[in-house]
Design a protein around this ligand. Structure first.
Ligand SMILES: *Cc1c(COP(=O)(O)O)cnc(C)c1O
Length: 355
């Protein structure tokens, strides 16, 4: 029996979207492919409020994270770290031999614009990485305020991992001046895993051309050159592109503002429930709109609860991440999940825990 996913990626995919994966194959150098590519392109630009190119990666989000730091750092990168995924981005940067430093905070504390300002004022950096929505902790960093600060440093590019935020919370790519913003589609896009998207500014494409290449598969100048022809350098995940196109149609039909409002409403419901029975992991004011990380204040058996929800209700939620496993657990309220489904999940948890 399928376990309905309330996990922060992969998320539940609707059957009508899954069916799109079975669309008969087309050839990726045929005109019908370029039509599909162009169709997707304009819709992704709407979702991301941008005129920038949106590159398609046949990889999970990690590939796009690697692409950003291997192509867009000419001098030195500042990795802002306050969770597992921002820590991983630093590891990716260092593993590729890209000069970098971290600015680290405890995992429950948000990165504030003035902290970024202080770091950039050293003049050491020409790129900064930020995870918008830390899926490991349910913390949303103040992207707009940080982008405002970064904009005061004309040579510094802002690279954003919006993996679990994009399509669930607003991202004004052009208005906020974000040079690179990426997401895998298995989170708030509610699509099967296997594809990532990233909007890239023109000046970032230009810088990528002068940065000595550290990657072939994730080479931005090559990808961008193909992009201009509505193509990809190598064979992309064509079935996923059909699913993405159909999902973008549905997202834009719902309307992005309504979609974001639905996420905010589900977040408020889960947050109120978490406060009533437990506590919320990140500091006040920075709770995620797409998932909630709940502190296990009453020493419940977290793996036991997760197993019973799966066995008895066919519902799957997630344990805490890394070193906050069992000390926290996570409920995703993103993608195509509806308010009544979240309410049903909370009722099931109450019954399992005898609340
Ligand atoms: C899931 C996630 C990733 C890693 O994504 P993959 O698709 O597994 O490569 C990176 N960053 C954030 C914030 C995530 O939520």
């Amino acid at each position: 029996m399928h376990k309905r996913l309330f996990t922060p990626g992969p998320t539940q995919v609707r059957p009508e979207i899954l069916k799109e994966l079975a669309t008969p194959q087309i050839h990726h150098r045929a005109p019908e492919f370029s039509e599909l590519y162009a169709d997707i392109q304009s819709k992704l630009q709407s979702v991301l409020s941008t005129k920038n190119a949106v590159l398609l990666y046949t990889s999970s989000s990690t590939g796009a994270m690697e692409s950003a730091v291997t192509n867009l750092v000419a001098k030195r990168c500042l990795n802002l770290v306050n969770g597992a995924f921002s820590e991983r981005w630093n590891e990716i940067t260092a593993a590729n031999g890209v000069p970098c430093d971290t600015f680290e905070l405890p995992w429950n504390v948000a990165i504030k614009p003035e902290m970024v300002d202080e770091q950039l004022a050293t003049g050491k950096y020409d790129a900064v990485t930020l995870v918008y929505n830390e899926t490991s902790t349910g913390l949303m960093n103040p992207l707009e305020g940080i982008a405002e600060v970064v904009a005061n440093y004309p040579d510094v590019f802002l690279l954003v991992d919006a993996v679990s935020g994009m399509a669930g919370a607003p991202i004004e790519t052009d208005a906020w001046g974000i040079d690179f913003v990426l997401a895998g589609v298995q989170k708030a896009f509610a699509l099967p895993a296997g594809l990532a998207v990233a909007a890239i500014s023109d000046r970032a494409v230009e810088r990528a051309k002068i940065v000595p290449s550290r990657s072939y598969y994730f080479n931005i100048p090559l990808m961008h050159e193909s992009h201009l022809k509505n193509q990809t350098p190598s064979t992309p995940a064509i079935p996923h592109m059909y699913a993405l196109n159909a999902q973008l149609n549905d997202m834009l039909a719902e309307g992005m503002d309504r979609r974001f409002a639905r996420h905010a409403k589900m977040a408020a419901i889960v947050q109120a429930w978490a406060k009533k029975h437990f506590d919320i992991y990140p500091e006040d004011g920075y709770w995620s709109q797409t998932l909630t990380s709940i502190v296990n204040t009453t020493q419940i058996d977290v793996p036991g609860m997760i197993k019973r929800l799966a066995d008895e209700y066919n519902l799957r939620i997630a344990n805490g991440y890394g070193n906050i496993k069992n000390k926290t657990f996570r409920i995703a309220h993103m993608g195509d999940t509806q308010v009544d489904e979240i309410q049903g999940l909370l009722k099931a948890i109450e019954s399992v825990l005898g609340l």
